[in-house]
Every structure is written in C-alpha cells, then in structure tokens.
Design a protein around this ligand. Structure first.
Ligand SMILES: [Fe+2]
Ligand SMILES: [Fe+2]
Length: 169
C-alpha cells in the first residue's frame, strides 16, 4: 500500500495499536456471548445472541485482515489474556447464571464502538477509505450490541452491585 509511506508513523502506529486491542477484545466478547446463549433455552433471544457471537467473530476476522494489510500482527500476550478472560467469563454462566457473561460482554461493547470510531479517525488520516467505511460499520454494529445488552441486563438484581465493584454504568 504505497499511500502508507507518505504518512507520519504515528497515525499508522495508533491505528495498529487500536486494531490489536480490538482484535483481542473480540475474542473475549465472542466467548462471553457464547457462554450466555448456551445457558438459554431455545428462544428468539438465544438466536439473537448466537447472531451477536457470529458478528464478533466476523469483526475479528475483518480486523485481522486490516492488521495484515498494515503489516502488523496481533499481540500474543494480549491474545492469551483476552482469550482467558473470554473463556472464564463464558464458563462463569454455569456458576453465576447468565448475568456475569452478559455484564462483561456489555462492558466490552461500550469500549468497542468508541474504539472503532477512534480507529476510523486514524484510518482516515492514512487515506485508507475502505478501512474507514469498514470500521464505521463495525462501530455501528457494536452500538446495536450495546443497546441489546443494556435492555437485557436492565433491572437485574445484581446490576447495582456490579456497577459499584466494576464501575460501569
Ligand atoms: Fe465486535
Ligand atoms: Fe459487539
């Protein structure tokens, strides 16, 4: 990509950094949603969450492709950490019910859409217009996820306690 040579290093580095974070964040979100839908009976809600999980894997694939185009790779340590978080949170539904996975998924979501919007600003600076469009589309989907999540956990009895402990509102 010849246009990448003309731009200051920092926009490219910033973009790579955000994409690396997002790439690993998606794996944690995907497993958290998986933990939730597995704990549900057959229902439209279960299908919706399965679909969200699929969308997270799709984001991860797309972010991975942009990293590759930028000549970068996911960060191995971050991958391990987020994979572990995802698996742990996903499994915690067997102990805690569906609330824990959904709570953490929601926390990740609220970061995700902002992350993709920030990334789009750097991509724009780099004149990577296809990347900008792709990132903004992902930001839009993340916002949908967050809205769905908020509707799902709203009013749950554990929510006030979790907000106090983990500081997410
Ligand atoms: Fe996502
Ligand atoms: Fe999401």
């Amino acid at each position: 990509m010849e246009y990448l040579h003309k731009v200051p290093r920092c926009a490219k580095e910033n973009l790579i950094r955000i994409l690396q974070n997002a790439y690993s964040g998606e794996v944690a979100a995907a497993y958290a949603y998986r933990g939730h839908w597995k704990s549900l009976r057959e229902s439209p809600e279960k299908e919706k969450i399965k679909q969200i999980e699929a969308e997270e894997w799709d984001h991860r694939r797309r972010v991975g492709e942009w990293l590759e185009k930028l000549g970068a790779k996911p960060r191995p340590l971050r991958e391990k950490v987020f994979w572990t978080i995802g698996r742990t949170v996903g499994l915690s539904c067997y102990v805690s019910g569906w609330f824990m996975p959904m709570y953490f998924a929601g926390r990740l979501e609220s970061k995700n859409s902002v992350e993709y919007e920030d990334a789009a600003v750097f991509a724009k600076e780099l004149e990577m217009h296809d990347c900008v469009d792709d990132l903004l589309e992902m930001a839009r989907v993340e916002l949908e996820h967050e809205i769905f999540f908020r509707e799902t956990v709203a009013g749950h009895r554990l929510l006030p306690a979790m907000k106090r402990v983990f500081g997410w509102s």
